[in-house]
Design a protein around this ligand. Structure first.
Ligand code: ZN
Length: 386
């Protein structure tokens, strides 16, 4: 039987490459021990910088009786205090505009984002040129893991302005050589026109927008979303795309592969993302972020092993403006694996909610994402909206 020809490439005539490639092969296929050694050396330098430059951490370390020499090995980090979102908010309130936790000269800040939603007072995150370059590489690696390639034409149907994954996604997608189409939010008519006229291959959006937009296309344009030809949906900014029933419906609606990403507005826009195996999000920040999983009740560090559930805690490894140490994300995750058919050796996880949105019903821990999975599984009897 003759093999099907590779998909035609209408952008630049480049041949389609197999999608098991890596953006940064060496680091993505490095063993946990190799990555650990690199992280240890980078964390030591980041701590030198914090002890010398960050008033915020100088005060915290003094209060906790921690000295620089207390860190020699990665595991020594467990002796250092956590950083919470409330502390960053307070730091910015008492020391505007960027807070006591900025560790660089403010003249070196070239961009700010907001790490909070559109309501209330924004919580700013500053970036130096080096911080922007780091975010771009990490975000690009995450999109590449999800299957983004140079030939892609990507509709960006999520926030562009203060939102951390707006301009950072633009920089990252362009750095891979793909075409970035800045649509933004709430512009379904423009998004549809761009998909059709530019023959877009991919879309970056929230899972709830992908759901809404599919219904909108059917209602307003009288078209089946799957007829539009999108091959890849890069979802993120909220849980959903990893929930089996939601993913199945989106894949059916769009006839596209759904993969999801996870980041943190105070650390980096996308830190974890799923490869085309779709079996959980790989950690992509090897040389940029140190990750711990902790018991949210006791603060105890848990092993990075399949089946472990806990809260994600991030530590910067090379940041100039706002390096954060043991930042508590409140994201509750489960580790799904430490190996993958794609060859990446970083661990994989799924985010199952926030440690602060868990309900306890009749003594059982219940997460909104679990309820969404059940409701969505009744489709088409229900819309899946809750
Ligand atoms: Zn993989």
């Amino acid at each position: 039987m003759a093999r099907a020809p590779p998909p035609a490439d209408h952008k630049d005539g480049m041949r389609t490459k197999p999608e098991t490639e890596y953006l940064d092969r060496k680091i993505e296929t490095a063993s946990a021990a190799e990555v650990g050694r690199l992280q240890e050396a980078k964390l030591a330098r980041q701590l030198d910088y914090l002890f010398a430059r960050s008033e915020f951490y100088q005060e915290k370390f003094n209060a906790a009786g921690i000295r620089r020499k207390d860190f020699r090995r990665l595991r020594d980090l467990e002796r250092f205090p956590f950083t919470t979102k409330d502390e960053l908010r307070e730091s910015q309130a008492v020391c505007p505009p960027l807070g006591k936790h900025i560790a660089c000269n403010i003249d070196d800040v070239i961009r700010v984002h907001s790490s909070t939603g559109t309501t209330g007072k924004p919580s700013f995150v500053g970036l130096t040129r080096s911080d922007v370059q780091m975010w771009t590489r990490l975000t690009a690696r995450s999109f590449f893991t999800q299957g983004l390639r140079k030939k892609d034409i990507v509709i960006h149907a999520t926030g562009l302005t203060l939102f951390v994954a707006g301009l950072s996604s633009k920089d990252a997608i362009e750095s891979v050589g793909a075409m970035f189409v800045p649509i933004g939010t709430g512009a379904s008519e423009k998004a549809l026109m761009a998909i059709q006229l530019l023959k877009a291959t991919a879309m970056h959006c929230t899972p709830s927008y992908a759901t809404y937009f599919a219904d909108w296309v059917r209602r307003e344009a009288k078209l089946e979303p799957s007829a539009l030809g999108l091959k890849k949906l890069f979802c993120g900014a909220e849980p959903g795309a990893g929930i089996p029933a939601v993913r199945a419906k989106l894949q059916e609606d769009w006839g596209a592969r759904i993969t999801e990403g996870l980041g943190n507005a105070d650390m980096a826009p996308i830190i974890f993302s799923e490869c085309i195996d779709q079996s959980g999000m790989h950690f992509n920040g090897q040389e940029f972020v140190f990750v711990e999983v902790i018991d949210p009740e006791t603060g105890e560090s848990l092993p990075i092993e399949t089946g472990v559930t806990g809260e994600l805690v991030y530590t910067s490894l090379q940041r100039e403006c706002v390096p954060l140490l043991r930042f508590r994300t409140r994201d509750r995750i489960t580790i799904l694996g430490t190996s993958c058919p794609c060859g990446r050796r970083s661990f994989k996880l799924r985010c199952i909610g926030r440690t602060d949105d868990m309900l306890i019903m009749l003594g059982v821990n219940v997460f909104p994402s679990a309820i969404k999975d059940v409701i969505s599984s009744f489709h088409p009897q229900t819309t899946g909206v809750i």
